[in-house]
Design a protein around this ligand. Sequence first.
Ligand SMILES: Nc1ncnc2c1ncn2[C@@H]1O[C@H](COP(=O)(O)OP(=O)(O)OP(=O)(O)O)[C@@H](O)[C@H]1O
Ligand SMILES: O=c1[nH]c(=O)c2[nH+]cn([C@@H]3O[C@H](COP(=O)(O)O)[C@@H](O)[C@H]3O)c2[nH]1
Ligand SMILES: NC(=O)CC[C@H](N)C(=O)O
Ligand SMILES: [Mg+2]
Length: 520
Amino acid sequence: MTQTAHPDTVLIVDFGSQVTQLIARRVREAGVYCEIVPFQSAEEGFRRLSPKAVILSGSPASTLDIGSPRAPSIIFESGLPVFGICYGQQTMCAQLGGTVESGHHREFGRAFLEVEKDCDLFEGLWSVGSRHQVWMSHGDRVTTLPPGFEVVATSPNAPFAFIADEKRKYYAVQFHPEVVHTPDGAKLIANFVHKIANIKGDWTMSAYRAKAVESIREQVGDRKVICALSGGVDSSVAALLIHEAVGDQLTCILVDHGLMRKDEAANVVAMFREHYNLSLLHIDASDRFIGELEGVSDPETKRKIIGRLFIEVFEEEAKKLGGADFLAQGTLYPDVIESVSFTGGPSVTIKSHHNVGGLPERMNMQLVEPLRELFKDEVRVLGRELGLPESFIGRHPFPGPGLAIRCPGGITREKLEILREADAIYLDEIRKAGLYDAIWQAFAVLLPVQTVGVMGDGRTYEYVCALRAVTSVDGMTADFYHYDMEFLGRAATRIINEVRGINRVVYDVTSKPPGTIEWE
Ligand SMILES: Nc1ncnc2c1ncn2[C@@H]1O[C@H](COP(=O)(O)OP(=O)(O)OP(=O)(O)O)[C@@H](O)[C@H]1O
Ligand SMILES: O=c1[nH]c(=O)c2[nH+]cn([C@@H]3O[C@H](COP(=O)(O)O)[C@@H](O)[C@H]3O)c2[nH]1
Ligand SMILES: NC(=O)CC[C@H](N)C(=O)O
Ligand SMILES: [Mg+2]
C-alpha cells in the first residue's frame, strides 16, 4: 500500500468491535482524516501514519483472558491524546495500572450517564449534573483507576463510565459514543479530535480531490490507464478523477454483456459523452455472454462464466489499444480494511463476486485505486465535486453479473427481455412515489415458475415476478423495505398489464441475513 501523507491523521486501533467503522465515520464527519488499523499491526501503522491522536475500539474479547489484545506501548509512550472506547477503556486501564473485573452488572442497550465533574472534553457540550443517554454493550468493567485518572461521569451499572486524565489527555468511556443511540457521541468524538488533539476540521472533499489528482499524476506519469466503467457510482467517480489527472491517457471501457437494465448502456454512454470529453469505448459483447450463458442455471457457474468473459473481453479491447500500464478500479475503503477476525480460519464463500478482478495479474498491469481511502457516501460527495449528475450519484448499486443473477434457473434471451421490462416499470413506480432515495437497492427477479391466471376471460400460464427492495448501510446486512400495500398493488398491476409473460407478482420480505440481497 502506498504511504498516506495526511499531516493530521487519527489512528483507530481495531480490536474487532462490530462498530469500529462507525468510529472512523464520526471522525471523518468532523472533517478529520483517519485510518483503522488492526491491533496486530498497530505499531507498524502508528509509525507509518505518524498520527496526531489515537482511538482504541471495542472488542468481543475480555482483557481478563490470557493473550487478549493490547494497545502497543508506543501509543502511551508517544505523549499523544488517546480515547479508549469500551474494550479500549478496559485495556487502557489494564495497561496503565488499573483493574478490570468480569461477571457482574452486564449492560446492553440504553443507559443514562450523569456528569459528576467538569472535563475539557465536555467543552460546549455537557455540564456538571446533566444527564445523557448513552449506549452500552459490555460484560466487564473497570473497578480501579490507573494513577492520574478521575471519574467524570457515571451510570448506575458503570461507576467508571467516563474517566479522564486531563494532564496526559487520556479519556476513556465504557459506552459507545460512535453509535447513533448515543445522541451526543459524535460531538464528543469531534471535541476529542478538534479541542483535545487540536486538529483543524479541514479535511474536505475538494482538498481530497486536489491531493488525489496530484498523486495519480505522480503514479501514472505519461503512461496509459484503462478503466472498466459500469456507470455505477464507484467506477464513474474513479474515471472522472483519473481523467482530471491524466486526460486522454485514460481510456474507459464499458462492456455491454446483454445483462444490463433497460436502456442502461446507452444512458451511461450518452451521459459521459454529453458531459465529459473522455475516451469511452462501448463494447457490445451481448451475443458472446448470452451465447455462453443460455440454458445455464447453476448460480456459481453463471458467475464464473461472466467473470471469465469480462476478463477476456477486456483483455482483447486493451490489446487493440496497444496495451496499458495501469488498470483503474473503484475500490473503496471498506474493501481494504483488514477486519479483525476472532473466529479464525477462512470464512465460507457465499457467492463469488465477479467483475474484472483477475486482470492485473494476467496482463501485468499496476492498479490505480484513487477511492481506496473513502467510504461510499464520501465517494458520492466527491462525485458532486466533480460535477457528476445527481441521477448517477444516487444510483442504487448494480452487480457486475447484472440480470443473469436475477433470473434464477436457465437463462434465455426471452426471459431477460421480460425481466428488463418488469424491472423498468418497478423502478419507474418507485421514482414516481418518491421512494428511490429511501431505498438502498430495488429490483425485479423473474422466477422460473409459471402459474395459472385469468386475463380477459382467458386462461394464462405465465411467469412469476418477485419484487425486492432493501434498506442497508453497506450491503453486508439489510432489511426488506416496508412498502405500503397500495404501492405494491400499483406496481404489480402495471407489471402484469404491461409485460407479456408475467401474470403474477410477489414481494420478497426476507432480510439479510438469512437471505442475501440478490437471489443468486
Ligand atoms: N458492464 C461493465 N463494464 C465494465 N466494467 C464493469 C461492468 N460491470 C462492472 N464493472 C467493473 O466492476 C467493478 C465493480 O462493480 P461494482 O458494481 O462493485 O461497482 P460500480 O458498478 O462501480 O458501483 P456500484 O457498486 O454502485 O454498482 C466496477 O467498478 C467496474 O470497474
Ligand atoms: O459488483 C458486484 N459483483 C457481483 O458479483 C455481485 N454480487 C452481488 N453484488 C452486490 O453486492 C451487494 C450484496 O449482495 P448479496 O447480498 O447478494 O451478496 C448487493 O448490492 C449486490 O447487488 C455484486 N456486485
Ligand atoms: N463492546 C466492548 O468493547 C465489550 C468489551 C468486553 N468484551 C466486555 O464485554 O466488557
Ligand atoms: Mg455496479
